[in-house]
Design a protein around this ligand. Structure first.
Ligand code: C2E
Ligand code: MG
Ligand code: MG
Length: 516
C-alpha cells in the first residue's frame, strides 16, 4: 500500500481524492453547486453530488492512468529498441555485428532498391586486416581504434547501408547483393585498395594490409551463415598466401580445413602423450674439431611409423598455442639428456617467435633448467629475427633476464630476415648462426662469398661467435674454416640423433677436420 501511495499513480489517487473531498464539502456549503435548482431533498442532493464528484474523479484518474500507461509503453519500446541496437551493433564502429548478420534478410529489397524478378544472389566477403597488431603497437590502442573506425567508414561508404559488418577484432564482412560472378574479383580488389590506403593517426601515416575471402549464396551454402563460414575458409587460404590477397571459395579448400583440424587433433594427442622427442645435431668447433654442443631438434614419428617434419608441426603448434607445452617438454627432456654429455658440451634449443610474447618465458626456461639440474651456462637459446619484431621491448627484457642467469643467446637463420643488422645493433647476442642458404651458394658465387665474409667479419668485430649451418661437403667445410668461422653444423658432421646415439657419437667422434 505504501508503495502504491508513493508511486505516481498513488499520488494522483491521493490528489484526486482530496480534490473530490473539497468539491463535496464545497457542494454542501453551496446549494447551487449541489443541484440547488432541482427539487430534491438535501440528503439526495448530497448523495448525487458525491456520486458525480466520484464519477468525475474516476474518469480523470482513468484518463491519467491511460496516458501514463501509453507513456510507459513508449519508453519500454524505446528501451527494447536500444537494447536490440546494442546487441546487434559494434560499439566502436557502430557497424552491425554478427547477430545482425544472422538476421539479414536478403530476399527483401532494402530501402531504395528495386525488387527484381530473378532469384536474388549474394556474395559474402570476409575481410581480415594484415599487420593490424603492429600498427596497434605503434600508435597505441586508441590509435588502433581510430584505424578500425576509418576502415569501417571507408567500407560503409563503398557498400550499401546495412551490408557492412564488424565481426570483432579486425574482421569485417561485406555482403554484395546480386553481384555478377565476373565482377566479384574486381569487387574484392577494390575492398583491398580501400583498406590499404594510408591512414593518418595522430599525425603519423599508417597502413595496414587486407586479406579477402569470398563465397556466393546460394551456390556455396544454403544460408548466409553457411556462406560466411566458407568465405572464412577462403579468407584463411588468402591469408596463408601472403598479404593483400583475395580468393574465392572452392570446395577443395574445405577439405584442407578438415585435414588441418584432423592434424591439429593428432598433434594435440602427440603433445599430451609426449610423443614428440628431442633429437640432437652435433655442433663442431671448427678450430679444434671437437664437438662443443648439440642443437635439440623436435622429432615426431606417428603411430604409422611416418616421420613428420618440424616444418609441418611447429607452425601449427604455434598457431594453436600448443608450442609452450611442447617446448617445455622438449626442454626438460633435453636438459636431462645434456647431463649425460661432458661438462663442456652445451645444449642449444630453439624457441618460436610466438613464445617471445610470453612474459614468463625467461623464468619458465630457468625453472626447467633448475628442476633438471642443468647449469644455465650450459644452455643456449636460438631465436630467429621475427621473434624480435612484434614486441622489441619484451624481447629485450627476456634476453636480458636469460643473459643475467648465464644462458647464451644465438640469432638463428641469420641473413634470412629483413632486419638482421638492426637486430645486431639492438640486442646483445652471443652467437649468430649463418643460415644454410649461404652455405650451398657460397662457393663459386662471388657475391655470396663477399656477403659471408662480411657477416663473419662483422660478428668478429662485435665479439660475437659464428656458427655456420648446413655444411654437407668437405669443400664447404674447408671454405668456412678458412674464413675463420667458429662452429660448424651440418650433415657432414651428423644429422640429428637420439640421446643414446649422441653419447655414442661423442665417444667415437672421428676427427672430420683432419680429413678436410
Ligand atoms: P633450425 O633451427 O635452423 O634448424 C636447422 C635445420 O636445418 C634442421 O631442420 C636441421 O635438420 C637442418 N639441417 C642441419 N644440417 C643440415 C644440412 O647439412 N643440410 C640440410 N639441408 N639441412 C640441415 P629441421 O630439424 O627440419 O628443423 C627445421 C626448423 O624447425 C628448425 O630450423 C627450427 O626453426 C624448427 N624447429 C625444429 N625443432 C624445433 C623446436 O623444438 N622448437 C622450435 N621452436 N622450432 C624447432
Ligand atoms: Mg636452430
Ligand atoms: Mg637455423
Amino acid at each position: 500500500m505504501r508503495d502504491f501511495l508513493g508511486s505516481r499513480a498513488g499520488k494522483q489517487f491521493l490528489l484526486l481524492s482530496a480534490l473530490a473531498a473539497c468539491l463535496c464539502l464545497l457542494g454542501r456549503q453551496s446549494p447551487w453547486l449541489a443541484y440547488g435548482t432541482f427539487p430534491y431533498a438535501d440528503s439526495t442532493r448530497i448523495i448525487l453530488l458525491t456520486m458525480n464528484v466520484a464519477g468525475l474523479m474516476s474518469f480523470i484518474y482513468s484518463a491519467l492512468r491511460i496516458y501514463d500507461l501509453r507513456k510507459e509503453m513508449a519508453q519500454h519500446r524505446q528501451a527494447e529498441l536500444r537494447a536490440d541496437w546494442t546487441a546487434t551493433h559494434d560499439h566502436l564502429t557502430q557497424l552491425p555485428n554478427r547477430y545482425a548478420f544472422e538476421r539479414l534478410k536478403l530476399l527483401q529489397p532494402e530501402r531504395g532498391e528495386e525488387e527484381t524478378a530473378s532469384t536474388p544472389t549474394a556474395t559474402v566477403f570476409s575481410i581480415d586486416l594484415d599487420g593490424f597488431k603492429k600498427v596497434n603497437d605503434l600508435v597505441g590502442h586508441s590509435g588502433g581504434d581510430t584505424l578500425l573506425k576509418e576502415v569501417s567508414r571507408r567500407l560503409s561508404g563503398f557498400a550499401p547501408a546495412g551490408r557492412v559488418f564488424r565481426f570483432g577484432g579486425d574482421e569485417f564482412i561485406v555482403v554484395a547483393k546480386d553481384l555478377p560472378a565476373e565482377k566479384e574479383d574486381q569487387y574484392a580488389r577494390l575492398l583491398i585498395q580501400l583498406i590499404t590506403r594510408p591512414i593518418m593517426i595522430g599525425g603519423l601515416s599508417t597502413q595496414v594490409g587486407a586479406s579477402v575471402g569470398y563465397a556466393r549464396w546460394p551456390t556455396h551454402g544454403k544460408t548466409l551463415e553457411e556462406v560466411s563460414h566458407v568465405s572464412d575458409v577462403a579468407l584463411y587460404e588468402a591469408k596463408a598466401s601472403g598479404t593483400n590477397v583475395h580468393s574465392l571459395f572452392h570446395p577443395a579448400m574445405q577439405d584442407k580445413v578438415i585435414e588441418r583440424a584432423r592434424f591439429e587433433r593428432k598433434l594435440r594427442t602427440a603433445v599430451s602423450d609426449n610423443v614428440i622427442r628431442p633429437f640432437y645435431q652435433p655442433l663442431v668447433n671448427l678450430r679444434t674439431g671437437s664437438v662443443c654442443g648439440f642443437e635439440a631438434l623436435a622429432r615426431w614419428t606417428d603411430e604409422d611409423g611416418k616421420s613428420i617434419s618440424p616444418q609441418q608441426f611447429i607452425g601449427v603448434a604455434e598457431e594453436t598455442g600448443m608450442i609452450t607445452a611442447l617446448f617445455q617438454q622438449l626442454l626438460l627432456e633435453s636438459c636431462h639428456d645434456a647431463q649425460t654429455w661432458p661438462e663442456h658440451v652445451f645444449l642449444s634449443c630453439n624457441i618460436s617467435p610466438v613464445q617471445m610474447e610470453d612474459r614468463l618465458l625467461a623464468s619458465r626456461i630457468l625453472n626447467i633448467c633448475a628442476s633438471a639440474g642443468l647449469p644455465p651456462r650450459r644452455l643456449e637459446i636460438e631465436i630467429t629475427e621475427n621473434a624480435l619484431i612484434d614486441d622489441p621491448e619484451l624481447a629485450g627484457s627476456i634476453i636480458d633476464d636469460l643473459h643475467a642467469a648465464g644462458v647464451r643467446i644465438a640469432l638463428d637463420d641469420f641473413g634470412t630476415g629483413y632486419s638482421s643488422l638492426a637486430q645486431l645493433a639492438r640486442y646483445k647476442f652471443d652467437k649468430i648462426k649463418i643460415d644454410k642458404s649461404f652455405v650451398s651458394s657460397s662457393s663459386g658465387d662471388d657475391r655470396h662469398e663477399k656477403i659471408v665474409r662480411a657477416m663473419i667479419g662483422l660478428s668478429r668485430s662485435l665479439n660475437i661467435e659464428t656458427t655456420v649451418e648446413g655444411i654437407e661437403q668437405h669443400t664447404q667445410l674447408a671454405y668456412f674454416v678458412a674464413q675463420g668461422c667458429d662452429i660448424g653444423q651440418g650433415y657432414l658432421f651428423g644429422k640429428a640423433m637420439s640421446a643414446e646415439d649422441s653419447v655414442v657419437y661423442l665417444d667415437d667422434h672421428r676427427d672430420i677436420m683432419r680429413s678436410a
